[in-house]
Design a protein around this ligand. Structure first.
Ligand code: C5P
Length: 282
């Protein structure tokens, strides 16, 4: 079985508060995009994972292997899976690559071993692997709250072209969250107002994690400036960075240490997984 494992971007991301469990309460619109990895998976006597990227850890910290293990724990299934991951999504980029791989693996395990498991159950299991995993069980556009695991489906958004701009070097999510300054925090009422505006069509693209990420890496602020000067209508960091997405027409930087990926918004048909070419149509 061969499955596409898409990246995500956050069109809107507000951090509401810090929770007693150390996570942050967020309010975010997530969107799946056509930049993605390919996962090939079959039944096997034990788990075996190969990857096109030799740097990706293949031990217990790998989210694909976490997903197969969780699947067995939840279902009592006793066989393993042979998996090959063709990696294209940059890591430590805020594009949800590992979370998407975990969600895609859970979906594939269910299809291969136990097709009767409801999608909602897989989504809840996904939350045990990571905060961004449940989003991928939406249909491609969703409003996510809580620590990310509360997923409200939204109608598909059309966007033919989005440019993903990834500078060299990534950012670790916990270190970005640690830089958040709640002295400047906005109230829940403001978050709600901004979100309602966004959903009603007056899109105000926003990411509360930009400032903390820029405080760790000033080159990211400079890259954002370059992209805005290039004429793009929207330039926003995705998740906890370090990648940006750009909407509209503009001049892309030609620096050697900056990777550029063209993509579009995608949606997932009901009862099918994502594919690279499912462009959302309204
Ligand atoms: O859930 P996940 O393991 O992907 O989260 C990675 C890290 O990101 C957490 O350990 C935490 O530091 C931070 N995080 C957070 N609030 C969220 C999501 C992630 O503080 N809502």
């Amino acid at each position: 079985m061969r499955l596409f494992s898409p990246a995500k971007i956050n069109l809107f991301l507000r951090i509401v508060s810090k929770r007693p469990d150390g996570y942050h309460q967020l309010s975010s619109v997530f969107q799946a995009i056509s930049l993605g990895d390919t996962l090939t998976i079959d039944l096997h006597d034990r788990d075996e994972l190969t990857c096109s990227d030799p740097h990706l850890p293949r031990d217990d910290s790998n989210l694909v292997l976490k997903a197969t293990r969780l699947f067995r724990k939840k279902t009592g299934y006793e066989r393993g899976f042979r998996i090959h991951l063709e990696k294209r999504i940059p890591t430590q980029a805020g594009l949800g690559g590992g979370s998407s791989n975990a969600a895609t693996t859970l979906w594939a395990c269910a299809k291969l071993a136990n097709p009767d498991i409801p999608l909602n159950t897989l989504k809840d299991w996904g939350a045990e692997i990571g905060s961004d995993v449940p989003f991928f069980f939406s249909q491609g556009t969703a409003y996510c709250a809580g620590r990310g695991e509360i997923v409200h489906h939204l109608p598909s958004l059309t966007q033919k072209t989005v440019w993903i701009v990834k500078p060299a070097g990534g950012l670790s999510t916990p270190s970005v969250y640690k830089q958040l300054n709640f002295g400047d925090a906005v109230s829940e009422k403001v978050v709600r107002r901004d979100l309602d505006g966004f959903l009603a069509g007056s899109m105000s693209y926003f990411n509360d994690l930009e400032a903390p990420a820029f405080s760790l890496r000033s080159d990211l602020r400079a890259l954002k400036e370059v992209l805005l000067e290039g004429g793009f209508e929207v330039v926003l960091m995705s998740g906890s960075g370090s990648a940006f997405f750009c909407l509209g027409e503009g001049r892309l930087p030609e620096q050697e240490d900056v990777e550029i990926f063209p993509a579009s918004f995608i949606s997932r048909p009901l009862n099918e997984w994502y594919s690279e070419s499912t462009f959302s149509e309204l």
